[in-house]
Write a protein that binds this ligand. Structure first.
Ligand code: 4AD
Ligand code: MG
Length: 464
């Protein structure tokens, strides 16, 4: 079939001048009568379908019968101005090739209106729905915008390892990586697992964060970012946690906490604006189907300054709120998502950047404040999401950092290479981590993180 295939997105935005086009895709619906059939075809390039008009008399009856929801076609025909309402152009079919049928008796997406829960059970097919098409295109656009943003600012994309020999970050339980035979594990004389016989000659895990290696890059290249998968083996079955999620971690030499907050706010606003501009159809669809306040919420975040608030102030507001929380609030305790959302949604009605957390609830590398109690941490809290970014200014003093490491009992042999950044040419520096799926959750208005990643990894779930 000639001419070459044109994507549906491009067909829908061109003039119905009667020229011959070739279009390929999957059937969303077929309707019509004895004389004429209307096939809605989608190829994933846009949320919108193109209507193929088929004069039944000109085609084989069996061919037409085999065209059902989910089957795949190549259609050649004239691109003409549509007679019906709802679409600008349609294809008057002259040739149809059926690539693959989809038995209506067994095709799981034969009917519309499945619940998101059901679609999770058929995650191998759900990209074919309107909802997941929209989510996956938005996810792509955001990933592209992230690279765009940092590239425009001269940041270097640093590829940090996924397999790591250290658990210095302490951000969560880790997945072990081993080639040892679990049915016949080699043991040392003391009866412990003999990791010297393992692939890397030591115990290794999947990384929970690329930050520590990111700091090695930033203290040479000034400004770097990572963007890759991270793994956490916590058994947290919440709508905001995955065992495998993607994280973006910029790390910048010569940035203090204010510079870090400025970057985080500008970055998030850029990404949301980018999506509003480049994914308008998909966002409008999700706004209509799932969340009527989505577009307003996105605009609101772009148009307003984030509130910058000290943790101690935040705790005071929560304690004086009179609101009944499920989890306790007091100085020294970490905030739960209900607390974060109260500050954002009820109290300030704006995104909040919370700083100055107690050092006990934050990682060892955060810069210590002079009060001896708090660190220069910053969490960015968003409506509906809670924490979307976690970051800090880093402790650049070798002396203070070593003392904290000793205090926490972190073995020096795990972090000697990290401490070298403070030993040789140490500089003030800062960074943060944006949870990519939490960003996609926010921009799509979906309510479960399992619905914004193609193949979610959660406890007891790694089928597809
Ligand atoms: O706050 P976290 O644990 O920070 C770090 O890992 C630092 N090393 C980041 C840095 O300073 N470079 O994680 C960062 C973000 C969170 O704010 C959240 O958005 C996301 O990662 N996140 C998760 N997203 C999905 N599932 C999980 N289990 C997540 N845990 C954290
Ligand atoms: Mg955090």
């Amino acid at each position: 079939m000639e001419p070459r295939r044109t994507k549906i997105k491009d067909l829908l935005s061109s003039a119905g001048d009667g020229r011959s086009v070739l279009c390929k895709g999957w059937v969303r619906t077929k309707r019509g009568n004895k004389n004429v059939a209307f096939i809605a075809l989608n190829d994933g390039s846009t949320i919108n379908n193109i209507q193929v008009v088929v004069d039944t008399a000109s085609f084989d009856e069996n061919l037409l019968k085999s065209i059902t929801t989910g089957s795949s076609l190549a259609v050649r025909g004239a691109l003409v101005v549509s007679q019906g309402s709802g679409q600008g152009v349609e294809i008057q079919a002259s040739e149809i090739e059926l690539y693959g049928t989809a038995d209506p008796e067994t095709y799981p997406l034969q009917k519309k209106g499945h619940t998101l829960e059901f679609l999770r059970e058929i995650a191998h097919l759900r990209p074919r729905t309107n909802t997941f098409g929209a989510v996956l295109r938005i996810r792509h656009a955001l990933a592209f915008a992230i690279h765009n943003y940092f590239n425009n600012k001269g940041f270097v994309y640093l590829h940090t390892p996924l397999i790591t020999g250290s658990d210095a970050e302490g951000a969560g339980a880790m997945f072990q990586v081993t080639t040892l035979d679990l049915n016949d594990v080699p043991k040392t004389q003391e009866g412990k697992v003999d990791y010297s016989r393992d692939f890397f000659g030591k115990s290794c895990n999947l990384t929970v964060s690329g930050q520590l290696e990111g700091e090695l890059g930033a203290t040479a290249l000034s400004e770097i970012y990572t963007f890759g998968p991270t793994f956490r083996a916590e058994n947290s079955n919440t709508p905001r946690h995955l065992a495998e999620f993607w994280m973006i971690e910029p790390e910048m030499a010569f940035y203090d906490l204010d510079d870090n907050m400025d970057l985080a706010e500008d970055f998030l606003k850029y990404l949301i604006s980018y999506a509003l501009e480049h994914c308008a159809d998909d966002i409008a669809f999700l706004n209509k189907m799932y969340d009527n306040e989505l577009i307003d919420r996105l605009r609101f975040v772009v148009d307003n300054d984030f509130v910058r608030l000290d943790y101690t102030e935040g705790i005071k507001i929560l304690m004086e709120s009179g609101h009944k929380f499920e989890f306790p609030v007091s100085w020294g305790l970490d905030l739960q998502s209900e607390h974060e959302r109260y500050l954002v949604e009820q109290h300030f009605k704006k995104p909040v950047i919370l700083t100055g957390y107690p050092k006990e609830i934050k990682a060892f590398y955060m810069k210590q404040n002079d009060d001896g109690k708090t660190v220069r941490a910053m969490d960015v809290l968003f409506p509906k999401i809670g924490e979307i970014i976690g970051g800090s200014q880093r402790e650049e003093s070798l002396e203070k950092l070593s003392a904290r490491i000793a205090e926490l009992g972190i073995p020096e042999k795990d972090v000697w290479w990290y401490l070298d950044t403070r030993r040789f040419g140490s500089v003030p520096h800062s960074g943060f981590g944006l949870g990519f799926e939490r960003l996609v959750l926010f921009v799509t208005g979906m309510s479960n993180i399992r619905d914004v990643i193609p193949f979610p990894r959660t406890p007891k779930n790694a089928e597809f």
